[in-house]
Design a protein around this ligand. Structure first.
Ligand SMILES: CC(C)(COP(=O)(O)OP(=O)(O)OC[C@H]1O[C@@H](n2cnc3c(N)ncnc32)[C@H](O)[C@@H]1O)[C@@H](O)C(=O)NCCC(=O)NCCS
Ligand SMILES: Nc1ncnc2c1ncn2[C@@H]1O[C@H](COP(=O)(O)OP(=O)(O)OP(=O)(O)O)[C@@H](O)[C@H]1O
Length: 213
């Protein structure tokens, strides 16, 4: 076990990770969000941004020197080699940033929210995995609605991720997020009760939880 019980919360794009994570946060759990760290490490002046400009050209930043995220999104989800190059620049730095925040967490246990838990190697940082699960058709609908992108790009983004079977294979716990949004707080509270008992040492192990059952 890591120093503090750490749950890796993962799931495909637009499965609902952020929404579920917010419910845990309201219960007092410290969250470390890999997507937020990934934005910080490419801020103007950061070495990762210089490497991205070297790889993708000067047009990848705007007049203020900020990364054009939408442009880079279109490039990397259309070109696997470009995506791998970007990940080689960003993943080690995201890993380090997430680990530093994890070390500073003060709640009974903490949650790392990471879209690509295996590929980014952040699986090394967690004791237990909670997958937010939704079928691809639901991901597609939510992604297109949230990000205002066309179906072709949405499908490429889903295809560029670890697939659903791979995610479920590393999960102890699964929250099936196909029901109404109003169910999420109660579902998160049920996982939280188990994680608290584990963090407090009241139980040595927690059987896998799949909810709603
Ligand atoms: C390509 C970038 C600039 C697009 O930025 P944008 O603001 O449009 O999206 P955002 O960062 O909020 O990511 C949205 C979602 O896309 C998915 N995603 C992001 N990067 C990747 C990737 N390399 N492979 C597959 N899916 C990804 C995740 O589900 C993520 O939650 C950005 O996602 C990025 O820098 N990606 C590389 C870093 C990375 O792999 N991040 C994932 C965290 S481990
Ligand atoms: N149970 C639900 N019912 C309806 N809409 C939902 C539900 N859960 C999440 N959503 C919506 O689906 C979209 C995706 O959710 P969210 O942003 O939490 O996904 P995510 O897994 O964090 O995505 P990403 O991988 O891009 O970070 C959002 O618009 C969110 O409001």
């Amino acid at each position: 076990m890591t120093q503090r019980l750490t749950i890796g919360l993962t799931g495909g794009i637009a499965s609902g990770k952020s929404v579920v994570a917010q419910s845990f946060e309201r219960l007092g759990v410290t969250l470390v969000d890999a997507d937020l760290v990934s934005r910080e490490i490419v801020a103007p002046g950061q070495p990762a941004l210089a490497e991205i400009i070297e790889r993708f050209g000067p047009d990848i930043v705007d007049a203020e020197g900020a990364l054009k995220r939408r442009d880079l999104r279109a490039i990397i989800f259309d070109d696997d080699a470009a995506r791998r190059d970007l990940e080689a620049i960003t993943h080690p730095r995201i890993h380090a940033g997430v680990a530093a925040r994890q070390a500073a967490a003060e709640s009974e246990y903490c949650i790392l929210v990471v879209p690509l838990l295996t590929r980014s190697k952040m699986i090394d940082l967690v004791d237990r995995v909670l997958v937010i699960d939704a079928p691809e058709a639901v991901q597609l609908e939510r992604l297109m609605g949230r990000d205002d992108i066309d179906e072709a790009l949405a499908r490429k983004m889903i295809a560029a991720q670890e697939d659903r079977a791979e995610r479920l294979a590393i999960a102890q716990d699964v929250l099936i997020n196909t029901g109404p949004r109003s169910d999420i707080a109660d579902l998160a509270a049920a996982f939280h009760a188990g994680y608290q008992r584990l963090a407090r040492g009241e139980i040595a192990d927690l059987p896998p939880l799949h909810l709603p059952g």
